[in-house]
Write a protein that binds this ligand. Structure first.
Ligand SMILES: N[C@@H](CCC(=O)N[C@@H](CS)C(=O)NCC(=O)O)C(=O)O
Length: 216
């Protein structure tokens, strides 16, 4: 089995890192540096023409987009490991949260992140593809992103009502979403208004694989 993981520390690829850690899947690791321009080099663009991490290459096939990677790794390695549902409605529920995490929750988080000064926690690097020049940023955009995040976090809080984890039992949907919510919490977003999210995030952080990653 050949599996290669392209990553940048402290980026979207941290989600895939957590997924691989939960699954205990071994792979070859290729570390890239955005500041050094690694994500725009021809060799990497052949792997992901978007010039972004994470990417996995499994048996010679590149798979990019963190949500697709989580669902793929779940399907291939996670079902036997009891970390991803078998095909059926529960699988659909996992996919719903993973896709929503990227398309809706992380979209609002990305707008906030791009508006923060580059040297603050959670902000994009000044030479990243997502960097917005300061003269194109506005307080209105920051407030709108925060308001949209609050709506999303309320939805997540409701989804966790009366449950320990999104699908009751811990799954890779939690691994994926906790990575996004952890990033949001590192920015100027107060999570205390969402008690179910706060408690869930703590429970996720107690998972041995995630605790080990957070300890560095
Ligand atoms: N939607 C993509 C987003 C990936 C993404 O934006 N990755 C950033 C790092 S957080 C990146 O690779 N940026 C490269 C660059 O800015 O050069 C996913 O979920 O995989």
């Amino acid at each position: 089995m050949s599996l290669t993981f392209y990553y940048v520390p402290m980026s979207t690829s941290s989600i895939t890192e957590a997924i691989l850690a939960e699954l205990g899947t071994t792979c070859e690791r290729v570390k890239l540096d955005i500041s050094a321009g690694d994500t725009r080099k021809l060799d990497f663009l052949k792997v992901n023409p978007n010039g972004r991490v994470p990417v996995i290459v499994h048996e010679g096939i590149p798979i990019w987009e963190s949500s697709a990677i989580t669902m793929y790794l779940g399907e291939v390695f996670g079902v036997d490991a009891m970390l991803y549902p078998a095909p059926g409605p529960k699988r659909g529920e996992a996919m719903k949260w993973i896709a929503w995490g990227n398309v809706t929750l992380a979209e609002a988080a990305g707008r906030l992140s791009a508006s923060l000064p580059s040297n603050t926690e959670g902000a994009v690097e000044s030479n990243s593809l997502d960097w917005v020049p300061p003269d194109q940023r506005s307080e209105i955009a920051v407030e709108k992103a925060k308001a949209d995040l609050a709506v999303c976090l309320k939805i997540l809080d409701g989804g966790l009502e009366g449950k320990s984890f999104l699908l009751d039992d811990y799954s890779l949907a939690d691994t994926h979403l906790q990575g996004i919510v952890g990033w949001i919490g590192s920015m100027e977003v107060d999570l205390t208004a969402f008690p179910n999210v706060m408690e869930w995030l703590q429970r996720c952080g107690e998972r041995p694989a995630i605790a080990k990653l957070m300890a560095g």
